[in-house]
Design a protein around this ligand. Structure first.
Ligand SMILES: NC(=O)c1ccc[n+]([C@@H]2O[C@H](COP(=O)([O-])OP(=O)(O)OC[C@H]3O[C@@H](n4cnc5c(N)ncnc54)[C@H](O)[C@@H]3O)[C@@H](O)[C@H]2O)c1
Length: 337
């Protein structure tokens, strides 16, 4: 396989690059290294050896995208502006990177011969606040009242926040390029992914951010009541899902999948702080502030379609994943000073 990973020096991209390089595939990364910590991720990937190529460039540039897509048979399109908060501050930048950048990659793919498959990393934010879904408090955690298997792909789209709009628009473009241009494409609507090389910050990547703050003896602010629930997925499980979706492309092409830890892997913010305190023996002081725009009180993915179509399910328990991520953060404290 010859693979292009846009945003490949980022958290998920660098884990995906590692997986394919270790397997002996040819990997090309396109990244502008705008995210904090990406040079360190890139150095790590370069250190793995193998058939690796790095293009430092921007997905907003059409010619750069044409060059990057040239000769590849698979594209994992991850490069993005990734934070809801940043999108509210600068919606034009968010639009240009997430929507224009995605159309640039799609166009480059459409003009390539043969046309590569493209897998796009969308988000649960495309479903909006989901106010119409009934929820209730149970043991200090918000839960869906009537969705025991989580939120399915059939839930109506309701883009909320500039980030929701740009990612959701891109999600629909990727989906439609399969119908209109016959491009093999597949969309993953992902919930909360965590793991090594995640440079979590207050705006994005909360699991890593909480662990970094605890490790560095700092505090966190909880926006909302802390009882909000997320399903969490360890990055190695996600990487297996990407590869399985690619291998089963005759089934997955043109489809959309909710990908996350599912109902068996959920945690509230307050439960996570308890875990850090009790299991890792680290204090994490916290205070409360108002909910942020578009925050969902509950988000849990229904992952059964992915199970049916490409025989995938998560394997990491949150306890194992959290421990492994903390071990990585502990060994890389210098990145977070
Ligand atoms: N981490 C999650 O929980 C999560 C959840 C849902 C969706 N996603 C999506 O998955 C993808 C990867 O997320 P991540 O967590 O690895 O984030 P990340 O910030 O670590 O990775 C994104 C990468 O894109 C690069 N980038 C940003 N703007 C660019 C541009 N204009 N041109 C080229 N490269 C650019 C950054 O330098 C970075 O390396 C994103 O598309 C994100 O929206 C992530």
């Amino acid at each position: 396989m010859k693979i292009l990973i846009t945003g490949g020096a980022g958290f998920i991209g660098s884990n995906l690059a590692e997986y394919y390089l270790r397997r002996g595939d040819r990997v090309r990364i396109l990244d502008n290294l705008s995210r904090h910590g990406t040079p360190a991720n890139l150095e790590y990937i370069q250190g793995l050896g193998g058939d690796f190529e790095f293009i430092r460039g921007d997905i907003r540039n059409r010619e750069t995208c044409m060059t990057a897509v040239s000769g590849v048979d698979t594209i994992f399109h991850l490069g993005a502006q990734v934070a809801v908060t940043t999108s509210v501050v600068d919606p034009v930048h968010d639009f240009e990177v997430n929507l224009v950048g995605t159309v640039n990659i799609l166009e480059a793919a459409r003009r390539n011969h043969p046309k590569p498959m493209i897998v796009y990393t969308s988000t649960n934010k495309v479903y909006g606040k989901m106010d119409h879904i009934e929820i209730g408090l149970n043991n200090n955690r918000w839960e869906y009242a009537n969705l025991p298997t989580g939120n399915p792909e059939t839930t109506p789209l309701d883009f909320y926040s500039p980030y929701g709009c740009s990612k959701g628009g891109a999600d629909q473009y990727v989906h439609d390029y399969c119908r209109i241009y016959g491009l093999d494409s597949c969309v993953f609507r992902m919930s909360c992914i965590y793991g090594p090389r995640q440079m979590g910050c207050e705006d994005q990547g909360w699991v890593a951010f909480f662990l970094i703050q605890a490790e560095m003896g700092r505090s966190v602010t909880i926006y909302g009541d802390g009882k909000q629930i997320r399903d969490v997925l360890y990055v190695e499980d996600l990487v297996r899902a990407f590869d399985a979706a690619y291998r089963n492309r005759s089934t997955t092409r043109g489809n959309v999948y909710n990908i996350g830890g599912g109902p068996e892997r959920t945690v509230s913010l307050l439960e996570f702080i308890d875990y850090i305190h009790n299991d890792l023996s680290l204090p994490l002081p916290f205070s409360f502030d108002a909910w942020r725009p578009g925050d969902q009180k509950v988000y849990v993915s229904d992952i059964r379609r992915a199970g049916r179509d490409f025989n995938w399910k998560p394997e990491y328990t949150p306890q194992r994943g959290f421990r492994d991520l903390h071990a990585w953060i502990h060994a890389h404290r210098h990145l977070f000073v």
